[in-house]
Design a protein around this ligand. Structure first.
Ligand code: HEC
Ligand code: HEC
Length: 233
């Protein structure tokens, strides 16, 4: 059984003609499900993080825009577990992450559960890198029309669909991932999503990433979201 997500009508309409899902090894999805059922030991997660991850992702897990390293603080637990499993099984490209997750003390479902529980609990206090601000209206229109059905209106994501939060994330990293998913650098992803992201041209991809990079902080009240994606406190 594959991990599935809710496809919006517009996506289905675009891709129904070609919409055959690529098979992915069952073992990855099974490992993800197993890890999600384990008790999380956040204090072990904290220890593992300090030893193996902080040097790249930062002490507070806020990432590094210049090095295209994502912020992980407050990211959804189910999504984090799935990404660690995907890196571990070479379902997602990234030499540095492959090297990390193949260390014996990190190559277990329990380690993924502990790390993901810890990271999910961290406050999202980042000030991510943004784009040049010129395409925000286009970015908002694309996001609300084509992405919010899965990622939610305020980009908070969804655990059931393994859908990441796209809030508090660095602009350049977001652009790169739109391209990476669109060119099959992440294999354990629905084929429809790949085709869909590949259909965005450069202006559209950078506009939507810029709009997203301005969605910051914890969710307080959807009605207070400004048109540029920032949230009033
Ligand atoms: C040598 C640097 C380095 C180290 C050490 C490192 N990472 Fe990463 N990590 C990266 C880079 C670079 C990426 C972006 C990969 C890409 O472009 O797809 C990444 C991506 C990720 C992602 C995907 C996030 C997303 O939004 O999809 C997760 C989760 C992650 N790392 C967790 C960890 C954890 C947990 C550790 C420690 C066990 C760790 N990383 C250690 C460099 C590193
Ligand atoms: C059908 C549901 C769906 C739609 C529509 C969708 N996404 Fe996603 N998106 C996902 C899922 C699920 C993932 C996680 C993929 C994985 O597990 O590697 C994802 C991952 C991403 C990532 C990677 C985040 C990270 O931290 O690495 C980005 C960026 C992204 N989506 C942007 C978009 C944009 C922009 C749109 C609209 C143009 C969009 N998505 C539309 C479901 C969706």
């Amino acid at each position: 059984m594959r991990i599935s997500f809710r496809a919006p009508a517009v996506l289905l309409a675009c891709v129904l003609a070609t919409g055959v899902s690529e098979a992915s090894p069952l073992s990855v999805d099974q490992k993800v499900r197993n890890a999600l059922q384990l008790d999380q030991n956040a204090s072990n997660g904290k220890k593992l993080y300090a030893t193996h991850c902080a040097q790249c992702h930062g002490e507070q897990a806020l990432g590094s825009a210049a090095n295209l390293i994502p912020s992980l603080a407050g990211q959804r637990r189910a999504y984090l577990v799935k990404q660690l499993a995907d890196f571990s099984e070479l379902e997602r490209d990234s030499r540095p992450m492959h090297a990390v997750v193949s260390k014996p003390e990190l190559a277990s479902e329990q380690a993924w559960a502990d790390l993901s529980g810890y990271l999910n609990s961290l406050p999202r206090t980042s000030f991510p890198q943004t784009g040049d601000g010129r395409g925000l209206e286009l970015g908002e229109a694309i996001f609300q029309d084509q992405c919010a059905s899965c990622h939610e209106q305020d980009a908070r994501g969804d655990d059931d669909g393994f859908t990441p939060s796209l809030r508090d994330q660095h602009y350049a990293y977001l652009v790169r991932q739109v391209r990476s998913i669109g060119t099959w650098h992440r294999l354990n992803v629905d084929a429809n999503l790949v085709r869909y992201l590949d259909s965005l041209d450069t202006e559209e991809a950078t506009a939507v990433a810029d709009y997203l990079s301005r969605m910051r902080g914890p969710i307080k009240d959807h009605d207070k979201m400004n048109s540029d994606g920032t949230v009033n406190n």
